[in-house]
Design a protein around this ligand. Structure first.
Ligand code: HEC
Ligand code: HEC
Length: 345
């Protein structure tokens, strides 16, 4: 490519990056406004079919919950809190979510001065996930009544009843009487008149087929599949992306590619180990026991290092995912790749 054309493309790319961040700013503002609106109490009745069974379907389907959460022995997701009881786990993860929620509700009452029931806590974890962030995890649970998950009030209620029933019993009245549920419904009402979350317009229309080739090509300078699995194919260094657009907004996905270190996914935090022999080893923590520590490097190799040999263990702020894709990808390639990622719902 001629030098002039290349720098022209780069200038256009930088302009689009600036544009993307401007758009992100607007979204964050809208999200804040919606969160601030508090609703009046609705005392609705339960629509037919809404119950734990419908909730289970949503949990393992449309709600995308199971892409991040397991439920006791059901599901294989490991990056977020298990919502069932895990035998032998550190408290409070040894009890199911409805019992755990009662403990968290007490903390929320103390913090806010408002009365909280266990059900209020569960609904709040969906309505405003950042209000209480489970210790050891990050504020990266999506707001599930907003796009792309976008559950409506009945679906939210069904999921709540399903979680109540896992380790307790379904209690519709606890939901319809919850002031947090009323807030969520008020939030939903503003969403329909304000479809901002869906109004993502890419700067260029990308070609998902070309994006797929870029993603899977092991010889490309951006070998995404070396680290990410999509539909059973690819590596395990980074999170599986098979359903990434089903639970993440386009804005989140774009930022993850352009600025991987801005928001490092839980369970993928990088560490640097200095051994007593002055060797430096970096990678993602994959396991730990009394004697050793396991790190996976950016090639997917796992190394076990004896704790006795470790001089220093330092958490890092820079993701294992390369941060230079914005320089390597052309404008077209970037949009092709995003178009492909957005097909992964
Ligand atoms: C993209 C990943 C992701 C998805 C999808 C997701 N969650 Fe979460 N969830 C998290 C993370 C991370 C946390 C812990 C941080 C926090 O408290 O916000 C969490 C926390 C929770 C908690 C509180 C757990 C506790 O121990 O207090 C509940 C309840 C919950 N999620 C329910 C759901 C339900 C129901 C769905 C689907 C409708 C869902 N989540 C979808 C990532 C996710
Ligand atoms: C060397 C390994 C590696 C390569 C190559 C790589 N990634 Fe990643 N990626 C990671 C890791 C590790 C994370 C989790 C840490 C973080 O959030 O930065 C991640 C996170 C992500 C996320 C956020 C997922 C979530 O749910 O939070 C997206 C989206 C993503 N990568 C897309 C891509 C794309 C597209 C490419 C190719 C252009 C790519 N990655 C190349 C390792 C890699």
């Amino acid at each position: 490519m001629a030098e002039g054309k290349k720098s022209g493309a780069r200038a256009a790319f930088i302009r689009s990056v600036v544009f993307v961040f401007a758009v992100l700013g607007v979204y964050i503002y809208i999200a804040e406004v919606i969160t601030d609106i508090s609703g009046q109490a609705h005392r609705g009745s339960v629509a037919t079919g809404v119950g734990p069974e419908m909730g289970r379907e949503i949990f393992f389907g449309k709600g995308k919950c199971s892409t991040c959460h397991s439920l006791g022995g059901q599901g294989s997701a490991v990056r977020c809190p298990n919502l069932g009881a895990t035998a032998g786990a550190d408290p409070p993860f040894d009890i199911p979510i409805i019992e755990r929620a009662a403990l968290r509700a007490k903390q929320r009452s103390e913090k806010t001065g408002q009365p909280y029931t266990a059900t209020d806590y569960i609904i709040e974890s969906h309505f405003d996930p950042g209000a209480y962030v489970v210790e050891g995890y990050k504020n990266e649970m999506p707001v599930i009544w907003k796009p792309p998950i976008g559950l409506n009030a009945d679906e939210e209620m069904a999921v709540d009843m399903f979680l109540q029933a896992e380790g307790g019993s379904a209690d519709a009245a606890a939901i319809t009487n919850s002031p947090v549920f009323a807030k969520l419904k008020a939030g939903l009402a503003t969403l329909t008149s304000e479809p901002a979350g869906e109004a993502f317009k890419p700067y260029l229309a990308g070609d998902p087929a070309k994006g797929e080739l870029i993603f899977f090509d092991p010889d490309s300078p951006t070998p995404c599949a070396k680290c990410h699995t999509v539909k059973g194919q690819g590596g395990k260094v980074g999170p599986e992306l098979t359903n990434v657009a089903g639970s993440r907004t386009p804005q989140f996905i774009i930022q993850s590619v352009l600025e991987p270190s801005a928001d490092i996914a839980s369970g993928f935090e990088p560490f640097l180990i200095q051994t007593n022999d002055e060797e430096f080893i970096s990678g993602i923590k994959k396991g730990e026991d009394a004697e050793s520590f396991e790190l996976m490097d950016d090639q997917g190799e796992v190394r076990k290092i004896a704790k006795a040999d470790i001089a220093k263990l330092v958490p890092q702020k820079i993701s294992i995912m390369p941060g230079n894709f914005r320089e390597i990808l052309t404008m077209e390639q970037f949009h092709d790749l995003i178009a492909f990622l957005l097909t992964l719902t």
